[in-house]
Design a protein. Structure first.
Length: 117
């Protein structure tokens, strides 16, 4: 009785003109390049952004400190002088975006008084 001949053992179908090792090396290189492109083009979210929200209405005190490049005691002074109005939710302090915008606009007007004339 004859044993069936395994046709795949002696024959490797060639669908493309590459050596399999060369093909996989090329594929790895392409993948590395694409992953590198994705990593370099990835947009790093700002600390002021919340994923899924187009407009962040509330900001923590640390975020406001970073925005204005000041320390927490400065923020507390601004609160005491009425420049910023805090919004307390349970034990946390937040600031409304519109209040921050008003403070930004007033600080820009003070920095550029010639623009108002």
């Amino acid at each position: 009785m004859k044993e069936p001949v395994n046709s795949t053992a002696n024959f490797t179908p060639m669908l493309f003109p590459y050596d399999p090792e060369q093909f996989w090396r090329s594929m790895r290189q392409v993948i590395r390049e694409e992953v590198g492109n994705v990593e370099t083009n990835r947009r790093v979210p700002s600390i002021y952004e919340t994923p899924g929200m187009t407009n962040k209405p509330l900001y923590k005190i640390a975020e406001v400190c970073t925005m204005f490049q000041v320390t927490k005691p400065t923020i507390y002074e601004w609160i005491r002088h009425g420049k910023l109005k805090p919004l307390k939710i349970q034990s946390r302090v937040f600031f409304l975006w519109k209040d921050i915008q008003q403070l930004l606009q007033s600080s820009q007007e003070q920095a550029n008084p010639s623009d108002n004339n």
